[in-house]
Design a protein around this ligand. Structure first.
Ligand code: CO
Length: 209
């Protein structure tokens, strides 16, 4: 595939932005002040800003395979730290998506090399919720429920970090678990009760005093 059209698209995009506001890029270059940290899947069908109707400068974005926040992953931990401590975002969103190839791949009996340790985190989510998941007979339904539970567990991983616990207590930082439904294009809020979740993990994971 020739990528020249991307540069043509870019020219058109610059033109359209400047037509609406001749200072658009001048203002953009002054700095960022996003209100939201979005953690989503790298899946090419699941965009970040576009599906939310947000503009450049409004969302700090982190994407990886299956929207994971592993406790020892320097990448996602650094993103969370920077977004919460320095950018002072008021919302953190973990957005999974139905029919996530990463989630499905994680549950196959196959050696995926370097992907094994990454995807093993999803097997751990399955193990925690095995009883509920094993009771679901329809395979698609089961994987889609695992997608939701994976979002929930990644939100809990976020709650385990010291900077999030401090921001939650001192300035009411909010965490949200969402799923993007590829079939309909709709964003679904999983309406997680983080107050209860935090209470549930506080005994073991409390860091902030
Ligand atoms: Co995915």
């Amino acid at each position: 595939m020739d990528l020249q059209h991307i540069f043509e698209n870019n020219k058109q995009w610059v033109k359209s932005k400047l037509e609406l506001d001749k200072n658009y890029f001048k203002n953009l270059s002054k700095g960022q002040n996003p209100d939201v940290l979005y953690i989503g899947c790298s899946d090419s069908r699941v965009t970040a800003e576009e599906l939310m109707g947000m503009d450049p400068g409004e969302v700090f974005v982190h994407r990886n395979i299956a929207n994971m926040v592993p406790n020892t992953d320097l990448n996602s931990m650094s993103v969370i730290n920077y977004a919460v401590v320095h950018l002072k975002v008021n919302h953190i969103v973990v957005c999974g998506h139905y029919y996530c190839g990463g989630v499905k791949a994680a549950m196959q009996s196959v050696d995926l090399g370097i992907l094994n340790p990454w995807l093993r985190n999803i097997r751990d989510v399955y193990r925690i919720h095995k009883k509920e998941l094993n009771a679901i007979k329809d395979e698609d339904e089961k994987y889609n429920r695992l997608v939701e539970l994976n979002v929930q567990e990644q939100c809990i991983n976020i709650l385990k970090t010291a900077e999030v616990q401090t921001a939650y207590r001192t300035r009411n930082l909010k965490i949200h678990g969402w799923v993007f439904d590829i079939h309909s294009g709709k964003l679904i809020d999983l309406d997680m009760n983080f107050e209860r979740m935090l209470e549930g993990i506080r005994e073991i994971y409390h860091l902030d005093d």
